[in-house]
Design a protein around this ligand. Structure first.
Ligand code: NDP
Length: 253
């Protein structure tokens, strides 16, 4: 990442898809962070990530199920031991699920399940890592991923202003509503943590071919990741509390 170097990044949901792509892109970046902490809920099943962590000495693979309180507590301790006094520069809340449900199909259960994984978990993971982000924020100047930043993986589908323009998202009630709530978390954190000089944004990574994005998506992971990493590397104070796309464009809330 960028001119002022980001020493450490932690990404949730790295077993596949965008999380895995980000871990790979960051580990191979020049300059690369000292630590790319790639977390996933079942490391023993994450074959590709295991391979990657053998290939790159700056990748540390740790277990984290974002909806499990004990798993969060455990990983924070492990990360503290790795990063010590330097703290954590960048937290990427990437893990997420999708449940396709139209107005006719949506149930309270699907709403609550998706809210737990795509919204509540991001807030709880962020809260748990705040002491480490604050530590890192004290050691640098300016604002951005080189200092301390929280990146919430959101979606274009979350934009309230673009509801009419994106009718294809009408079938994903639970997903889009949970991501809209996640966007509010971004706004609250950006305001709350401004004094600590911790930046927070929502990022729509682009429509990307993954298990979630599907085969119709126009972007391949390997095409999308360099742009996303460039957006992250160039974040500064003016971006705090914003909703950006994978090319750095501003999206309406
Ligand atoms: P994938 O479905 O390909 O991957 C989702 C990842 O999240 C997997 O690694 C999965 O782990 C992990 N995950 C799910 N639940 C948990 C949990 N409880 N704890 C830890 N990890 C978990 O999705 P994408 O890579 O496409 O999406 C990544 C993010 O980007 C998501 O937040 C998504 O909403 C967002 N996004 C994606 C778009 C796209 O076009 N692909 C567009 C807009 C936003 P496991 O393998 O264990 O299930």
């Amino acid at each position: 990442m960028a001119q002022q170097r980001c020493r450490s990044v932690l990404i949730t949901g790295c077993s596949r898809g965008i999380g895995l792509g980000l871990a790979r892109g960051l580990a191979a970046a020049s300059p690369a962070p000292d630590w790319v902490i790639a977390t996933c809920r079942c490391p023993e099943k994450a074959q590709e990530l295991q391979q990657l962590s053998k290939q790159y000495s700056n990748i540390k693979l740790l277990q984290l199920d974002v909806v499990c309180e004990n798993s969060i507590k455990k990983v924070v301790k492990e990360v503290e031991e790795i990063l010590g006094d330097k703290g954590l520069n960048c937290l990427i809340n990437n893990a997420g699920i999708n449940v396709v449900a139209s107005l006719e199909e949506v149930t309270a259960e699907t709403m609550l399940t998706i809210y737990e994984t795509n919204t509540v978990a991001q807030l709880m993971v962020t809260k748990a890592f705040l002491p480490l982000l604050k530590k890192a924020a004290q050691l640098s100047t300016g604002m951005g991923c080189h200092r301390a930043a929280i990146i919430n993986m959101s979606s274009l589908a979350a934009s309230m202003q673009l509801v009419q323009a994106n009718e294809m998202f009408l079938k994903v009630y639970p997903y889009r509503i949970a991501k809209t709530a996640l966007n509010m978390i971004t706004r609250c954190l950006a305001a709350d943590l401004k004094e600590d000089r911790i930046l927070c944004i929502s990022l729509h990574p682009g429509w990307i071919q993954t298990d979630m994005g599907g085969d119709m998506a126009p972007l391949q992971i390997q095409e999308a990741i360099p742009d996303i990493l460039s957006v992250l590397a160039n974040l500064s104070e003016k971006d705090n509390g914003s909703f950006l796309d994978g090319q750095g464009g501003t999206l309406p809330w």
